[in-house]
Design a protein around this ligand. Structure first.
Ligand SMILES: [Zn+2]
Ligand SMILES: [Zn+2]
Length: 404
């Protein structure tokens, strides 16, 4: 049974959710240590019957709510807390007060929506059977915060406290229709592996390259070879992306440098293509360098795994969305996106799903809105109570019925 009053109760929390989001937005923090954000969350929820656990590797927090209707299932709901190292250009009156730091991925909204869900589920505590763990996570933007919290045992998995039975998270999308909830079973987001290739030649006078080993044209050849490899060696139905985002070589116009370096990211959706892509990068780098009498090595750092959503969890998300907001609010995505998300670490161990929530202004040309990681990214805050209601609804339904 859908909870008829949940969305209305969430809307009644609009001012509280918005205030928390704005406070976090104005004071963004980076990486695994977000103490001021953590304190804002704890202060906002201090009056509620929660058990808190935290640390030691991060400022990540888990608030546990024990239902009043006895033992049962355990569900995890997650919101991330960290910002990005980039300037803000929104002109909002609650814009970042920390130079070079901005909540441009909407994690301020995620935290505020999750805090709203905490309050909604606390209000329903007496009818809940089982346990809800609310995961407030720092360090999503490349810092593996979710993995640290898992390794710290905060999410469970230790003796007497097993991992949750299901896990859910939301991500706002500022360039998707207001209030739309979207998801898909299977791969939702890509694995993302950063890499660096170093080409080693021998420097010299720029006028006499035949006395040197110039790494610059070799680096350029590697960039183009990788683009050809992606289109010629990989099945287009199991896509991969290889982007070289940074090229470094040399110090001035008339000196051939000793080395050149290329940095970029590798995106893939399957373990097979992930391994093959790594192999391709290593082979292209060393083979092309060797053809020119030089050497090159590729250092590939394993990044976030593929975000894989459980089909039953996605079905629960679709059903909860329809019950709360009506049929048109749900959309099944027909393909994954090549972005990455460290909630994938949780979904490797706990069946669950992440959903996208459209937060473009109501009636706006959503495709013209700035996307996440833009200095001008905005969130229509009137969509936030929907996120809080959806998170709470997912928790409530899973505790009641499991993956029915
Ligand atoms: Zn992001
Ligand atoms: Zn994000």
């Amino acid at each position: 049974m859908p909870d008829e009053t949940l969305f209305a109760d969430a809307r009644a929390l609009t001012a509280e959710i918005t205030a928390l989001r704005r406070a976090i937005h104005a004071e963004p923090e980076l990486g695994l240590h977000t103490p001021r954000t953590r304190d804002k969350v704890r202060d906002a929820l201090a009056d509620l019957p929660l058990e808190w656990s935290e640390g030691p590797s991060t400022t990540g927090l888990v608030a546990t709510l024990k239902g009043g209707a006895g033992e049962g299932r355990c569900v995890l709901l997650r919101g991330d807390m960290d910002a990005l190292p980039m300037p803000e250009e929104t002109g909002l009156d609650f814009a970042s007060t920390v130079p070079g730091t901005m909540h441009a991925c909407g994690h301020d909204a995620h935290t505020a929506m999750l805090a709203g869900a905490v309050r909604l589920l606390c209000e329903r505590r007496d009818s809940l059977k089982g346990e809800v763990r609310f995961m407030f996570q720092p360090g999503e933007e490349g810092h593996h915060g979710a993995r640290h919290m898992l390794n710290d045992g905060l999410l469970g998995g230790t003796a007497g406290r097993p991992l949750p039975d299901a896990a859910f998270a939301l991500h706002v999308m500022p360039n998707a229709p207001h209030g739309l909830v979207a998801g898909r079973a299977g791969p939702l987001m890509a694995a993302a592996d950063p890499f660096e290739i170093t080409v080693r030649g021998r420097g010299g006078h720029a006028s006499m390259p035949h006395f040197a080993l110039d790494p610059v044209p070799v680096a350029a050849e590697i960039v183009l070879a990788l683009q050809s490899a992606v289109t010629r060696q990989f099945d287009a139905h199991d896509p991969v992306v290889c982007t070289i985002a940074r090229i470094d070589a040399g110090t001035t116009h008339n000196v051939i440098p000793d080395t050149a370096s290329l940095r970029g990211t590798l995106r893939s959706l399957s373990p097979r293509h992930r391994a093959k892509l790594h192999d391709t990068v290593r082979r292209a780098a060393s083979g092309i360098a060797e053809a020119h009498g030089m050497t090159a090595e590729a250092a590939i750092t394993p990044g976030f795994p593929v975000t894989i959503c459980d089909a039953r969890a996605v079905e629960l998300g679709a059903a909860t969305t329809r019950a709360l907001f009506g049929e048109p609010a749900w959309r099944t995505l027909d393909r994954p996106i090549m972005g990455a998300e460290d909630f994938s670490y949780v979904l490797e161990q706990v069946p669950g799903a992440m959903f996208f929530l459209g937060v473009a202004p109501e009636g706006a040309d959503y495709q013209a809105c700035e996307g996440i990681h833009s200095t001008r990214m905005m969130v229509d805050e009137t969509a936030l109570p929907r996120g809080a209601a959806l998170l709470a609804g997912l928790g409530e339904r899973f505790l009641a019925d499991g993956f029915a």
